[in-house]
Write a protein that binds this ligand. Structure first.
Ligand code: SAH
Ligand code: SF4
Ligand code: F3S
Length: 487
């Protein structure tokens, strides 16, 4: 390799390696006398799904073509480690893929994402999974092309996991799942250290992207046909805060021209051609009155708020290090509902946190009844090694947790279907996403409240925002009928 020619600055350096890989992959294609394919399998949250769009962009620039099947020539798993079962999934897939690799000499297997940030995982991969070719983490996703080039040009396994992000690289290619909607990172990492959660350890310290970079990205997405964006961050409400990391302490420091999240939202609303704005996730402790005001005022902001409560018991919330009480959460919800009576509220709840008593659990049932969530994602507490909760006393038995989980699930489902029903008979803007999987005469889309609607239509409607009457509620979704604009 001629090291003198390699650009030092990003993203030029990565474009250089994309071109280099393209040449090598072209040789492989000629040798195999066919196209070479890739498959990205994503576990985990929206952040990971969005990172996968970046991985796909880079793989396409190198000359690979996408397939859904893990029989591809380049298979990459973007992993999640938020709960133990996310971890187990990966090992299941790896077992299956070993056989495929023995039949395909061109096959490359890569692992990346949150799980790879854990030392014990990388050790296991090194020892037991010798057929994995490339391993990288959450901080160097942008370097995929460079890592692939190292692998292709040396034929050696490449492992590069960084402890923190050294740089934030802008303007790399992406491939969107949908042409008309996508996520946009506004910040990376998390500083909250909820006591059960591994995310701060695997995603690193909180860092906000510059507002001008975010707006530039959104303008370019809109110019390319995007109508809906989801602003992404583990805690979007603390966007723009500047932190000092010296001495290992995290301290917020003043910044004169700090752009807060509500200010950023107002700026995003001004982008012409953008129709819908969503964001996630909001931590209740940082949700400001200013945000409620901006949400209520701006028609482009979807009237849907994901506001994870985690537990209804103040005791448990304290042990979780969530930094709000049951009462403060309920007051916040009241304020939100007063400003936007029709808003959809969704949440995340953990059952079986260490020390959770029946009384604590009943507080969770109570908050669910009081708030009446449109949708609640319920999780059984999963012990994550290295987090403070993992060594807390009174871990709850499986039997008790399962019983509580079942009772909670019944309750949230019952409320959720009642809430969904409130839209019956109304006319809503529906952004059409795809042809219905079961019945090709139908299309499927979502309202701003994130309710799924199926109605008669064809593929020409995909990506269009159309008026639909919600005729029949079937549990958590609707069957609707398109209304012509002049009716
Ligand atoms: N940043 C987001 C959530 C990211 S993780 C927030 O603060 O809301 C998504 C959800 O996974 C969390 O809201 C929580 O409900 C759940 N979760 C995180 N760690 C967990 C664990 N150890 N066991 C069970 N559920 C967990
Ligand atoms: Fe995890 Fe809490 Fe950060 Fe969310 S805010 S990612 S739950 S530590
Ligand atoms: Fe999982 Fe990482 Fe998201 S651990 S939930 S993919 S931030």
């Amino acid at each position: 390799m001629d090291f003198n020619n390699i650009p030092e600055l990003e993203p030029d350096r990565q474009y250089y390696f994309m071109n280099k890989c393209k040449e090598l992959i072209l040789d492989k294609k000629t040798e195999a006398n066919r196209t070479l394919t890739y498959c990205v399998t994503t576990f985990g949250c929206q952040m990971n799904a969005h990172d996968s769009e970046k991985l796909k962009g880079i793989l396409e620039a190198m000359g690979y073509e996408e397939v859904e099947d893990e029989k591809a020539d380049f298979v990459i798993f973007n992993t999640c480690t938020v709960r133990e079962n996310a971890n187990k999934k990966l090992y299941g897939h790896l077992g299956h893929i070993k056989n495929l690799k023995s039949k395909n000499p061109h096959m490359i297997i890569a692992l990346c994402g949150c799980m790879m940030q854990e030392d014990h995982v990388v050790e296991t991969i090194k020892k037991k999974y010798s057929y994995v070719d490339i391993v990288f983490g959450t901080h160097n996703i942008y370097k995929l092309a460079e890592l692939v080039y190292m692998n292709l040009s040396t034929n050696k396994r490449v492992i590069e996991v960084l402890e923190k992000s050294d740089t934030s690289v802008e303007n790399l290619p992406t491939k969107r799942k949908y042409a008309f909607k996508t996520g946009v990172n506004i910040m990376f990492g998390c500083n909250n250290f909820c006591s059960y959660c591994i995310v701060p350890y695997v995603r690193g310290r909180e860092k906000s992207r510059k507002p001008e970079d975010i707006i530039a990205e959104i303008k370019s997405l809109v110019a390319n046909g995007v109508k809906e964006i989801m602003l992404l961050g583990q805690n979007v409400n603390s966007y723009g805060k500047v932190f000092d990391y010296t001495d290992g302490k995290i301290e917020q420091v003043a910044s004169e021209d700090m752009v807060t999240f509500p200010k950023l939202l107002s700026m995003v609303c001004q982008v012409d051609g953008l129709e819908r704005i969503r964001f996630m996730t909001s931590h209740p402790k940082d949700l400001s009155d200013e945000l409620i005001e901006v949400m209520a005022k701006e028609p482009k902001i979807c009237k849907h708020l994901h506001l994870p409560v985690q537990s209804g018991s103040t005791d448990i919330l304290t042990k979780m290090n969530r930094r709000y009480t049951k009462e403060q959460y309920l007051q916040l919800v009241d304020k939100i509902k007063k400003a936007m009576p029709d808003i959809s509220l969704t949440t995340d709840i953990i059952v079986g946190f260490p020390g959770e008593t029946e009384e604590d659990f009943l507080d969770t049932m109570d908050i669910v009844e009081k708030v009446r969530y449109d949708q609640a994602f319920t999780f059984i507490y999963s012990k994550r090694t290295g987090t403070p909760a993992a060594i807390m006393p009174n871990q709850i038995s499986d039997e008790v947790v399962k019983d509580r989980f079942g009772r909670l699930l019944n309750k949230v489902n019952e409320i959720s279907s009642e809430r969904t029903k409130r839209f019956e008979g109304s006319i809503k803007d529906v952004l059409v996403e795809e042809l219905n999987h079961q019945d090709k005469k139908l299309v499927t889309g979502r309202t701003e409240e994130n309710v799924t609607v199926h109605f008669e239509g064809d593929s020409s409607l995909i990506g269009e925002n159309v008026k639909v009457k919600l005729l029949q509620c079937r549990g958590f979704y609707f069957i609707g009928e398109r209304i012509k604009e002049d009716e």
